[in-house]
Ligand binder design. Sequence first.
Ligand SMILES: [Zn+2]
Length: 318
Amino acid sequence: MPAPRTETPRVAIEPPDISPYRAGNCGLDYVTTFDSGAPGPHALVNALTHGNEICGAIALDHLFRAGVRPARGKITLAFANVAAYRAFDRGNPYASRYIDEDFNRLWDKATLDGRRRSVELERARRLRPIYESAQRLLDIHSMQYATAPLMLIGLAAKTEAFARAVAVPALLVRDKGHEAGQRLRDYGAFAAADAPHAALLAECGQHWEKAAAEVAIETSWRFLAAAGVLGERQAEEILARPAPPQHLIEVTEAVTIASEDFRFAADYRGLEVIAKAGTVIARDSGRDIRTPYDDCILIMPSRRMARGQTAVRLGRYA
Ligand SMILES: [Zn+2]
């Protein structure tokens, strides 16, 4: 089985200087809310849930410079794990995903209310009220491998409808998240079937490719337009831009790493379609991991081979 890839990847995009946004305007560092004063939803665009996924910071910097403002309701622009972002190092860009733990595995009440402490938990606890006050959330991410952008929509039907209104990226992925802890997009009202809230997690492309930043910017504008916070004319113009048809992938299971000796059977990058059921795709300490059905799609294979983490998700076109 191949050894994990270790080369230093090319960083083709520039991490923006976000210090001008530090003060914010709502008592939280790096969080800015624009309030139209008119009734309407609160739409929040969130960057840097993972500190090395810089396309989100580029998108927020772009929105600030473009002078984005709501015509109805509110728009919040939030940089989440700024401590990890500050540690970003071109020579070792994978290292700054987080400082102590993954900011995107903390989003359940028990963890947030619990006694455990970490850099990320402190930040999550401070940001919690702003996320709780948003009815629409776009959480911007990027991926380890250069595969087509994905929108992770969770399990609730309401979210699929909203993702289709945003209309990009072309691939929607319905999944329930990770064994290791709940994601922000699945937190509280966002995942509740009986609440009108909707949260999207955009995986815009490979972490440091130029295209990821472009996808992040376009997805942000379309998110704000679909959320109903922009002026009608501006929203119509944005949503009229051409977008290819969307396809939905249903994730049936996540492969969670059980041992310290997990190896994929090939150098998977994501979105491979494995034709035959029963094909060995990985070995976890001697145990074969096989595809459960024909035409099984591999989604976001991981380079982080640690016990308890998601190695890959398995799905099929719905
Ligand atoms: Zn991420």
